[in-house]
Design a protein around this ligand. Structure first.
Ligand code: NAP
Length: 251
């Protein structure tokens, strides 16, 4: 029987690449997105996964920074695929780019709510289902997208770095709390990867950015999907942060 995975922010970028990886691994995939204009993108991701991998999909619009939207997302998942949720990928994220004096409180609250509080909501809602059916032989997984910003610091991204460090703290704590229940909890901390998050940056700046990366180039969403695939099959791995970053951060 196919397993069920939920991915938040699966309409584009890293989430889209990871949604395909979930389909490739045989999961039925729940593709979440937030903005009305992305419905067509999320629908397309879901259709392609279905036709390429023969699994089933569900598309759910929800703003995961809001608890009631997360509740609706989990309810829709259970109604369609039943109570055995096997995998949660917490990927939705946004950034600000502002110095800490000029930033508006509403802007940093949005970043914390989207990149960190959403994980508190989603794990709080999904773990009860996982606990009910996971075991050493039939593991469940929570994988969350942190960032190299959560491992180091980034100028003009204090809120983002705080949220992404928080993702790592949450990952370690939940990994310990649920290791004995057959639930593994890990994080991916990508370096610079070419998605819409970087598309606003002009070519000269991108070249300068690439020059700061030891491997010499900006990564591809497939690099992050590969890390997800590894985590989901690495049955003795929990509480860890995998950072595909081209050598940008060596820890
Ligand atoms: P992206 O291309 O901008 O995609 C962001 C995704 O998150 C979209 O699917 C978006 O949905 C969704 N999203 C945003 N806010 C949401 C909310 N409140 N509720 C539900 N979905 C929401 O970004 P990306 O580069 O793929 O980034 C994905 C994750 O990787 C983020 O957590 C980001 O911080 C992290 N990351 C990215 C990089 C990088 O270099 N790209 C590096 C390190 C970490 P809509 O399409 O509806 O807007």
């Amino acid at each position: 029987m196919a397993k069920t995975a939920i991915i938040t922010g699966g309409s584009r970028g890293l989430g889209k690449a990871m949604a395909f990886k979930l389909g490739e691994l045989g999961y039925n995939v729940v593709v979440n997105y937030r903005s009305e204009k992305s419905k067509v993108l999320a629908d397309d991701v879901a259709e392609q996964i279905k036709s390429q991998y023969g699994v089933d999909t569900l598309v759910v619009r929800a703003d995961v920074s809001k608890y009631e939207d997360c509740e609706a997302l989990v309810k829709a998942t259970v109604e369609k695929f039943g109570e055995n949720i096997d995998c949660l990928v917490n990927n939705a994220g946004i950034t600000n780019n502002c110095n800490w004096i000029d930033i508006e409180p509403a802007a940093y609250e949005r970043v914390i709510a989207t990149n960190l509080v959403s994980l508190l909501h989603m794990t709080h809602l999904v773990l009860p289902y996982m606990v009910n059916h996971s075991s050493k032989e039939e593991q469940c997984n929570v994988v969350s997208t942190s960032s190299v910003g959560g491992l180091t610091g980034v100028i003009n991204q204090a809120d983002y770095c705080a949220a992404k460090s928080g993702v790592i703290g949450l990952t370690r704590a939940l990994a310990l709390e649920y290791a004995g229940k057959g639930i593994r909890v890990n994080a991916i901390a990508p370096g610079m990867i070419m998605t819409d998050m970087l598309r606003g940056v002009n070519q000269d700046e991108l070249n300068a950015l690439a020059a700061t990366i030891p491997q010499g180039y900006i990564g591809d969403p497939a690099d992050i999907a590969g890390a997800l695939g590894y985590i989901l099959t690495a049955t003795y791995l929990t509480g860890q942060v995998i950072s595909p970053n081209g050598g940008f951060v060596l820890a």
